[in-house]
Design a protein around this ligand. Structure first.
Ligand code: ZN
Length: 512
């Protein structure tokens, strides 16, 4: 093994891994500072923190695009001993991919994009507040143009389109044509399902969610669930922040945050389970041995999201989990109102389907329609088929057709998300890809673990984590997300497992 034995002489490959580890260590300092900024930092330190972050990211960018790195990569690629080792070859394939992408963008374009997004995010915040799309439109026009130039500089993959070059930043190996196929089929099944639930079904009661519960009791319950999920607290933390997140800084250090509201008994739980899903993936990557190598990195944003959504939704909104969790919550809190709840009330309430104007407040089913809308519109803008001026009209029409909602103002419509103001076109699809991968993995793992439901109903979550460790986490970036999906589930990505899962769960919840 060229990358493990420390007594071997310094080969180009060992030198390359050493360089990548140093770059990853620098990146981990940024990550820890980012966590500190959200959780601990006094407000007056914002200026200094901005300078610290900028200094580090300049340093990291210089190291990632250095001629020395290019030379080491080329020498490794010319070395047959390296390239015939499967681990080293998998690393080199990804290292080459990342280096080429990092160096293809002209410095001038990178600088212009960074400057524009800083100003555009500011303009977006102000104009969202005023619900004034016209005020943000010139910025969006600039950002679409910058994205087009970025995609051209990165290069369109063979047989692909401009959008693919951007998508590749978040979901390597995925193509717009593939998204069209899978999203199109999912949408064709979801729209009528949601309509039928709403028109013919009996909506569950959700009033119980407003039972108040002391934050201290919520913290204790959340922490217990996180521990039971298998998160290693000797190598991680759970804290509070305004926007929950997970930061996997490096080996031995994975930080989660969540947010509590004393007015709702389960205010934090699903957000906590979501971030813990991300955290378990981070802790399951082989970072102890391979920090800095692609083999210790996540396969894609979509695969990362599949892990968070599986724990949040497939487990945390599933009936078996609540057979264990509700009596546990009742025992821990000793609360009379919580004590009066039964598993079916909680299970049904947690699976309410209610079209919502806001993406991040949407349920498991309607959420995907929000994503497909954004994907179709951003792709049309990039192609030049949809002008920025026509965007709000196209948005509102789609909300009417897909979700039956009238958009009252742009603040609750086209201006609601931060992504486009950050220049991130090509990111939205990873959310629904996460749901699709989660459903397909869930199909495979429930077949492999016939005892899963009874384990979940006893609060035993280790079998599930073990399967995810072996089939997803341990591989890092050895396979692209489409390859990983096919290896772990035996078939290419399909809309069918997610649609079947949603129908199978939601119809009975709505008495259909
Ligand atoms: Zn997430």
């Amino acid at each position: 093994m060229p990358d493990t034995a420390s007594t071997e002489p310094m080969t180009p490959y060992r030198e390359l891994l050493g360089e990548l580890r140093e770059i990853a260590v620098l990146g981990s300092i940024s990550a820890t500072l980012g966590w500190d900024q959200e959780v601990m930092m006094p407000p007056a330190a914002a200026g200094l923190r901005g300078e610290q972050a900028a200094a580090l990211s300049t340093l990291v960018h210089e190291r990632r695009t250095s001629p020395r790195l290019a030379d080491l990569i080329a020498r490794c690629e010319a070395d047959t001993e390296v390239m015939t080792d499967p681990d080293a070859a998998a690393n080199l394939r990804n290292i080459r991919h990342d280096y080429d992408r990092a160096t293809r963008l002209p410095t001038e374009l990178v600088r212009e994009t960074a400057e524009t997004t800083t100003l555009a995010m500011h303009a977006w915040r102000e104009n969202r507040e005023r619900s004034d799309f016209a005020g943000f439109a010139p910025w969006l026009t600039k950002l679409v143009d910058l994205n087009r130039r970025t995609a051209e500089a990165l290069g369109v993959p063979e047989g692909g389109e401009l959008y693919d070059a951007l998508l590749d930043s978040y979901e390597p190996g995925m193509r717009a044509a593939e998204l069209d196929r899978v999203f199109g089929e999912l949408r064709a099944g979801l729209v009528p399902l949601i309509r039928e639930l709403r028109e013919n079904g009996t909506a569950p009661s959700t009033e119980w969610m407003n039972i108040p519960l002391d934050i201290a009791k919520q913290v204790a319950f959340n922490r217990g669930v996180v521990e039971r999920m298998g998160f290693d607290f000797s190598a991680g933390r759970l804290d509070e922040s305004t926007h929950p997140f997970c930061e996997g800084a490096g080996p031995g250090d994975t930080r989660l945050t969540t947010r509590y509201d004393a007015g709702q008994m389960l205010s934090a739980l699903h957000g906590t389970m979501h971030e813990t899903g991300h955290g378990l993936y981070e802790q399951g990557l082989p970072k102890a041995e391979r920090f800095g190598q692609p083999l210790a990195e996540a396969a894609s944003m979509g695969v990362h999201e599949s892990q968070s959504r599986m724990w949040e939704n497939f487990v945390g909104r599933g009936r078996p989990f609540w057979v264990w969790a509700l009596p546990e919550l009742q025992r821990q809190t000793g609360d009379a109102a919580i004590g009066a709840l039964d598993v079916d009330t909680v299970f049904r309430g947690l699976n309410t389907v209610e079209p919502n104007l806001i993406r991040i407040e949407s349920d498991e089913a309607t959420y995907n329609l929000h994503i497909m809308l954004r994907y179709d519109l951003e792709r049309a803008m990039l192609k030049g088929d949809l002008s920025v001026a026509d965007l709000p009209g196209a948005w509102n029409e789609r909300m009417r057709n897909d979700l039956g909602l009238e958009v009252p103002d742009d603040r609750r419509g086209v201006l609601q998300d931060i992504h486009w103001s950050m220049g991130a076109i090509g990111y939205f699809p990873t959310y629904t890809l996460g749901n699709l991968y989660a459903a397909q993995l869930w199909d495979a793992l429930t077949a492999a673990l016939p005892e899963l439901d009874s384990q979940l109903s006893r609060g035993e979550l280790g079998g599930l984590l073990g399967w995810l460790r072996a089939n997803v986490h341990t591989h890092g970036r050895r396979y692209t997300a489409p390859e990983l999906c096919e290896r772990a589930t035996g078939r290419p990505l399909s809309h069918e497992p997610l649609l079947r899962y949603l129908e199978g769960k939601l119809r009975p919840v709505y008495g259909l």
